[in-house]
Design a protein around this ligand. Sequence first.
Ligand code: 5AD
Ligand code: SF4
Length: 439
Amino acid sequence: MNERDSEIISQSLSGYGYIESLDMESSDVIIINTCSIRAKAEQKVMSLLGMLKKEKKSRPELKICVAGCVAQQEGGHLLERMPHVDLVVGTQNIFDIPELLQGCSKGKKIITSMTDSYEIPRFIPEISEATITDVRRVPRPFKKFVTIMQGCNNYCTYCVVPYTRGREISRKKNDIIDEVNVLVDSGVREITLLGQNVNSYGLANKVTETDIPYSFPSLLEDIARISGLKRIRFTTSHPKDLSEDLMRCFRDIDILCHQIHLPVQAGSNAVLKRMNRKYTIGKYLQKIDVLRAYCPDIAITTDIIVGFPGETANDFEQTMILLEKVRYDGSFSFKYSDRPGTKSSELQEKVAESIKSQRLSRFQTRQDEISLEKNSAFIGKSLPVMVESCNVDNCQGRSEYNHVVHIEKNISNTPGDIVDVFIYHAGQHSLQGRIVEDT
Ligand code: 5AD
Ligand code: SF4
């Protein structure tokens, strides 16, 4: 989501003559797009800003802008702590950065933040040569993120998102379809639809001109009809809202990749309740069964938090048991950290850092073993792989299950082409193979 937001900032500035650069020392404007989901991400922002103090002192004309969740959360406090910052842009104002930058001349500081009456503006970027060859995304883009909604109404007790990104709001259906059309016309072959909870797309606000309800599965069907598009993915789904209609899409929409990210967070019902996740493990497992009935080969990944306040040894064992039951293809796991303003930060029974570390390492070790076992099952099989990049010796691509696949030699295909690869080696995080004609 943040990556797409950074791209939006870059695309909107390119319309005003700015050119994206990764070289901070020669840049006139430095924009730091920030994340505050976990304490570590926020600490990184603060240390980068600390480093920039010297740069600003030697070049007072340099403009420093902080955007995103930390900017939203800290607002004016950020300027008190980091007076060399010129512009603090809340999460809903990234589209306004070009105008805001013009406004902060002659030492004037600007702070923007969320409003209640927010609507996502129509923003369909021109795919010009300038955006195609931008420095971070060479060569031509063949896969892109498309945001379909913003914000979240779920209020999981550990999470800052409802506070930093505001109420859930969906983009207009036609804006999304137009954007995908523009991307596909420019050569994009794969898109990932983004939202904090894609399954509630179209529920909080009207997304079409008619009064006929329009849901995420309908959006998937409409996007799948766009000729030239080869793959669709989406993220993220809240398990409580994962509907059977959406599960059926994995069976019925042939370009929808057989992959879902379904964050469970914890395996203990008591912890889930304190997290305000609104499902039990029993319900979660039932959904996994139905999903696998519709799509037996679906790759399932998850997010796990260890050491949520009050998590006992027995609670954590429930997470380990869940891992054995579901056998996730992969997972992102984190030590719980208190975030400002969240309900869980007020809970007293904090788990010691050393225990969190032990639990995290146990979980990750077992997950790595399972990932390797699951990946090894592909050895001896052929998989369609979308080529992503090639160098003189070999190429790299992705399976529809989202494995990174190393391809033995340079097959001189263009990124975005799909080739059949015979898999002969599996690691925890990737597969290796050779192109099928060679086998
Ligand atoms: N502490 C640790 N992990 C967190 N996440 C969200 N908030 C916190 C927190 N306070 C994790 C969740 C979420 C992922 C994006 O980040 O697992 O799904
Ligand atoms: Fe945060 Fe929960 Fe919303 Fe995900 S669903 S963004 S974890 S509040």
